[in-house]
Structure formats: C-alpha cells, structure tokens
Ligand binder design. Structure first.
Ligand code: GCW
Length: 737
C-alpha cells in the first residue's frame, strides 16, 4: 500500500542497495588504495567472454579518466546496441556507467559513431577510407582541448565492432593511453553453420538441444538470441546458417520462413545475416514438382520464386548453404548434372537480391571409392571457372573429415577461379565431444599457415581464404557451431574458447592461436598471471595431446562407428569400406598406414609438385603425417630413433600423461577460479583422463595383434584384453544421427 514501509525487502531495493554498495566500495575503498574485491558471484559460464566483472583496484583507478562520458548516437538499432553494450561493459568493469552526453564537455569522453551518425566525428575528419564497411579505428585524440577516445567507422556495424574491441582492451587489462588501432576484417563472410534440426536435435552437438526454439517462434523471442548475437558480434561473425546441412525442405515453407524472419530481426542490429541450408530436392518435396533437375525451367522458376518470397520476408537474407550428392543428400548429379549446374541455378535466383551460395565440397561418391581423400578434388577442380560470381565452394580443412589432425585439403590453391571458403568444425565430433579439453586454435592455425606452394613459397591456405593469393572477389570462412541450449552454451567452459578462436581467426586468419588463448583466458577467467599462464599452457598443448592419445603419427578415422565416440580401430564391414577404420589404417603383419604415394592411391599427386614431393617421400614427410601418406613396417625407424611400434606406444602414452598434467594444473587453480566453473572443468578433466587412457589401451591392444611386439620397457600393458574394448557399446552417445 502506498505510504507503507514494505515488510520484506523488494527486488528493486536490493538491486539499488547492491549498486550503491559497489559504488561506495569503488570510490571509498579503491580511492584510498585498498583492495576492492566484489563478493564472488556464482558463475555458470552463461556470460561467455563478455563477463565484464569489476577490474582490480589499481586498474579501476587508471581507467576512469578515459571513460567519464559517452557521446554516442542511438538513432538506429545498431547504434542503440553499441551504446547499451558500452554502458553495460563499463558499468560492470568500473562500477559505474559513464555519463551520457550530447557533446564532449570534459576530459575522458568516449566518442563513438560514424561521420553520418555523429557531427563530431564528421568534424574530426578521420581517415576511415581504407576501413571498409565493417572496419573501425580507435584513437586517443582531443576535441575542443579535451582528451577523448574516438571509436570511428564508416558504418554503424564498424562502430559496434570497435566498441567490443574497446571493451576488450579493458577486459584484458590493457592501457587506454595513446590508443591507435585500425582494424578491418580480412575475410568478408564469417559465418557459423548450425547443424540444428527443426525438432531441436543438433547433429554432432554436445551442448544440449538447439538454441532455436522453432515451436515458439516467431512469437516468443528468447532473450538468449540477443546474447547469441552479442557474443558473435564481439568476434565479428556476420552470418549464421540456422539449419543443418542435412536439411529439411520444410525450412523453406512460409511457416518456417516467418520464424527465420523473426530471428533475423533479432540478429540484424548486430550485423548478422541469416542463411539457410537448402535441400536440393525441395521443389519436389514442398513444390509439388516431379523433378529437381537444375536445368529444368520449371525447377529454375520454382527456386526464383522461392528466393523472391524469402527476400520479401527477410530483405537482407544471406543466401543458401548446400550439401549435395554427399552422404545420401540429393543433388544435381541425381540428374546427370554437375555441382556447377546445381550451384549456378541457385546463384541465379539469389543474384538479383545480392545473396550468395555456399556450395560444399564435402562429397564422396556412392560407389566403392578409389580413395575417399581424393574425391572432392577430382570432382571440383574440373569445374574451376564454371561457377557464377556469387558462388563460393566451402571446403573442409582436410580431405577426410575434421580429424584431430589432417594435412590441408588439396583443393586449397587448386581452384584459382573459384572463391574457396574454409569450413572448420568447432564442435568436437572427432575430438572428445564436450568433455575433453581440446583447444582448437593450434589446429586452425596449422591449417591456415600450411603452404600450398601453388604460387611459390608462402602461398598459404590463409592467403587462399583471404583472397589475396588468387584475387577472389568474395571470401569466407565457416565454423560448424558448438552452440546449444546448455547454460554454458558450448557444453563445457573450455569449448567456449573454440567458438571464440574461430571467430577471431575468421576476422583475421593470421592471428596467433596463443595470443587468442591468452585473450580469451583473461576475459573468461582472470587477468592474474597466476591463472592466465597455466591455463594458456594447458590449452596450447591440449590438441597435440588429443592427437597423441587418439590418432598419433597420421592415423585417422579410427573412432567408434557412427557416433564417433571413443576408439574403434577394429571397425570393419558394413555398407561402405570408407566408413570403416581398417580402410584408413590398413594395419597388417607387415606394417601400418595408408599408402597415398604413387605406389598406392597417389593422393599426393593432388598437391602442388613441391608439396607432393615432400608428402610422398617417406624420409621427408612431416612425421605427424607419416601414416596418412605411407604404409611402413612395424620396425620402421622414426626420427626419435624408436621403431614405429615403440613410437606409437610412446605417443599414446604421452597423450595420457598430458591429461594427467592438465588435471594437476587445474587442481592448482582451485580458489583462483570461481567454484562452480572450477568444479565442472575438474569433473570433465577426470572424464578426459579416463577416456584418454581408454583410447591408448584399446588402440595398443588392437594394433599389437598385428605388430606382435611386446610393449617397450617401462610402458604399462593395457589392463584388459582386446575383446573387452571391442565389446563396449554406446547406443545413446550424443550428437549422432
Ligand atoms: O563429419 C561428418 C559428420 C556428419 C556430417 C557430415 C557433413 C552434417 O559425421 O554428421 O553431416 O560430416 O559434414 O556433411
């Protein structure tokens, strides 16, 4: 009742009190130089790297002179999002949001916008010409004699990206004095691929159900969609394919397009365009046609009309992603047409609207394969130059399938007239699902730095992807998302780093995975070197450790059948040879490995001559690819001096040891990381340790039946006979199907 004192505290009151307490804490305690430690908050990982927790006392004192006022527009939704993010971040980190002002009236103002949105920025006449539509600059300067920091861009989205960068400076403990940063993305299309089905299942998803609640869309817009957009925009991701490449034609029906349009509305202010995976046979399934032949005029008309309809609902729709004639998906080859015929038909429908086709090169024939690793190259290279300008061919990093380690895909560098985009897998289908701590930065970096030698030395995959090697007009990178409805988004705390590093490398494929790991660790856990250093160290060796305990020396595709969970080197039989493990490792009494040299499948010949010579020569091939390209005897002498069998055992064991080490390191961080996240990581590391051991033991038990050699001295034999490992079954392993 009005006028009466409430008997119990009201929610608003406690928020106000907490806020006041923080302000008092900051200005009183920190003002007299005392430590200001805000009460520890339980954390479940939902905030990702955008936690904006209070910075330590000394830094909190150093920052306010640079962020006393905020001069930023709110006319457009993107401007509003920019301002809200800055207020939220600065308030979180410094205890109080800056004063919002129309003009600079004191030292320390932060001025944000474009020449069009801010007369002040227009007057500063900054040179933004080479920044492009998404770039930005952040610079310390003066306005009317007052010291200010300016975040300027050509378009609103650039200013939003700049704001996230500015916040990152504070989050990672950097100085705001004399800042001079210019950034623009090296790759135009930076997209996530969700393998999410309309029923909420996520193919190869280990983070719960799909975040897209199709049933409640378009009416209910989960606030989580906005947080998804913020997280992606903070990395510069500017597109998202909402549905699985194993697609359902219903996604293209009016009912689902309305739902997609609602999502597009949430993502738009954050610079994210939506794309859809298009099912090639949709004209038959939802269009009532008898064929999906891309050269049939009725089919072409159907796609044109469907595309026009999409653009009526979603004017900035990005385009289609297509998996065709691969693993049972329909495609142009069903009608004797080529991938180019199929892609061009869709490209023609999208072109008037500015849309793009991303046509996947992950294909392999329905017949018994020659060598699966060769098929994409054989099918696509003859089509170079035959695709429309708005088609990109999307190529997985390696020729088989997202293995813990693969040599770079031979298509990179081999299609100079066709923009090739990279497809990385962020979700860890072959790398221990969500429970193994495996930081993928080194995998991405290794691929991007690989030298195709197509135009002499230094023709790196990164230069193919950023377009500089062949002068591609459009460029792109896709990451198969690891995002789901779990509170921590990615299924584990450390898998957030894989989303993060993907986004950062899509923006700039030349960044170092170590620098990104450090940035992420600081934002996600703490700026304290005692926390950052061990975490980065754990992360940086974690991928090599997974290679060691799963697929050392170039072994590949030896996981459990179908679900890919755990070891399955014994897998044989079934519908296709190239869905078995024995096809890939070829272990026998005389040795192990897939001969891909001239005496075998000759897949090496698909690389540039300089690379083919290196990979094809057993003495020169990098040892990590030894068994990928060569079949060698069990007593083959490896570079360590150990015979191959001993080297294999050594590497399997080394991988397990690394995981022991990670557990110890993490235990040492108890008390330095909030208890909830610490406990979850500790629990998952225990699972990883058990499973790494299982991988090692099962693999050794199996390969020993061929090598017929004892374990080298000092190495423990597997505790169970091979039959035990072979008998394990996991019918409900997640992500399958
Ligand atoms: O890695 C394999 C997966 C399939 C996936 C396919 C692809 C979407 O096992 O689940 O299907 O690749 O990339 O198309």
């Amino acid at each position: 009742m009005p006028g009466m004192l409430p008997l119990t505290p009201q929610a608003g009151d406690s928020r106000r009190t907490a806020f006041l307490a923080r302000i008092i804490c900051l200005f009183v305690l920190c003002g007299v130089g005392m430590a200001c430690v805000p009460a520890a908050r339980a954390e479940d990982g939902y905030d990702l790297w955008l936690r904006y927790r209070a910075v330590e006392a000394e830094r909190a004192q150093a920052y306010p002179p640079y962020v006393t006022q905020l001069v930023a527009g709110t006319t457009t939704p993107t401007q509003a999002a920019t301002r809200t993010e800055l207020m939220r971040g600065l308030e979180g980190m410094l205890g109080a949001a800056p004063a919002v002002a129309e003009n600079v009236t004191r030292d320390g103002a932060l001025v944000v916008g474009t020449a069009a949105s801010s007369p002040l920025i227009a007057r500063l006449a900054l040179d933004t010409r080479r920044l492009g539509p998404e770039g930005y600059l952040i610079r310390s300067t003066t306005v009317g004699g007052k010291a200010v920091t300016v975040i300027a861009a050509n378009q609103d989205i650039g200013a939003l990206y700049g704001a996230f960068h500015f916040l990152r400076l504070l989050q990672t403990g950097q100085s705001l004095e004399r800042v001079d940063i210019r950034e623009s993305p090296r790759v135009k299309l930076r997209v996530l691929n969700h393998w999410d089905d309309l029923d909420g299942h996520v193919e190869r998803g280990y983070a719960g159900a799909s975040i897209w609640d199709w049933h409640k869309l378009p009416d209910y817009l989960d606030p989580r969609y906005t947080d998804y957009a913020r997280a992606n925009a903070s990395l510069g991701i500017n597109g998202t394919v909402l549905n699985n490449v194993n697609s359902n034609a219903l996604s293209l029906t009016p009912m689902y397009l309305e739902k997609t349009a609602a999502l597009a509305g949430v993502l738009r202010p954050y610079g994210i365009r939506v794309f859809l995976s298009a099912r090639f046979s949709a004209p038959i399934e939802i269009g009532g046609l008898k064929t999906a032949d891309p050269l049939d005029p009725a089919v072409q008309r159907w796609w044109r009309e469907k595309t026009d309809e999409i653009y009526k609902t979603i004017p900035d729709f990005g385009g289609f992603l297509v998996k065709a004639n691969s693993e049972g998906q329909p495609g142009p080859q069903d009608y004797g047409r080529s991938h180019a015929d199929g892609a061009n038909m869709l490209a023609d429908a999208l072109a008037p609207h500015g849309g793009t086709v991303m046509w996947r090169a992950f294909v392999y024939s329905h017949e018994q394969p020659d060598d699966r690793a060769k098929q994409a190259y054989s099918e696509f290279v003859p089509l170079d130059g035959k695709f429309r300008d708005n088609v990109m061919v999307q190529v997985k990093n390696g020729a088989i399938d997202f293995q813990p380690r693969e040599p770079f895909h031979p298509l990179f560098g081999a299609m100079p007239k066709t923009p090739l985009m990279m497809e990385f897998q962020i979700t860890k289908e072959y790398l221990g699902f969500a429970t193994h701590l495996v930081y993928l930065g080194p995998l991405f970096e290794e691929t991007l730095k690989a030298d195709t030698r197509r135009r002499g030395k230094g023709s790196t995959v990164a230069k193919v992807i950023d377009g500089s090697l062949h002068g591609y007009a459009i460029t792109g990178m896709a990451g198969v998302a690891n995002i789901g409805a779990d509170r921590n988004w990615s299924g584990s705390q450390f898998d957030q780093a894989n989303w993060y590093v993907y986004g950062r490398m899509a923006w700039n494929p030349n960044l170092s995975s170590q620098a990104i790991a450090e940035e992420w660790a600081r934002m996600t856990f703490s700026n304290d070197a005692k926390v950052v250093t061990p975490i980065v160290e754990m992360m940086m060796g974690s991928r090599e450790a997974a290679v060691d305990y799963m697929t050392p020396l170039g072994l590949h595709h030896v996981m459990g059948r179908g679900h890919h969970y755990g070891p399955g080197p014994w897998i044989s039989g079934g519908p296709r040879a190239d869905w078995t493990s024995v096809y890939y490792h070829r272990a026998s009494a005389d040795g192990i490995g897939f001969d891909r040299t001239a005496s075998g499948s000759n897949a090496v010949a698909q690389y540039a001559p300089a690379v083919a010579r290196e990979f094809g020569d057993v003495r020169r091939v990098p040892e990590e690819f030894l068994l990928w390209f060569h079949h060698v005897p069990w007593d083959y002498q490896t570079r360590s001096g150990r015979p191959l069998w001993n080297e294999l055992v050594h590497r399997y064991t080394r991988g397990v040891d690394y995981v022991h080490g990670m557990r110890k390191t993490w235990d040492g961080l108890e008390g330095s990381v909030d208890p909830e996240r610490h406990a979850q990581v500790a629990g998952f590391l225990a699972i990883q340790e058990k499973e790494a051991q299982w991988w090692r033991d099962a693999s050794i038990a199996y390969f020993q039946t061929f090598s017929k050699r004892p374990l080298p001295e000092g190495y423990e034999p597997p505790p169970h006979p091979l039959e035990y490992y072979e008998s394990l079954e996991f019918p409900y392993a997640p992500g399958n199907g």
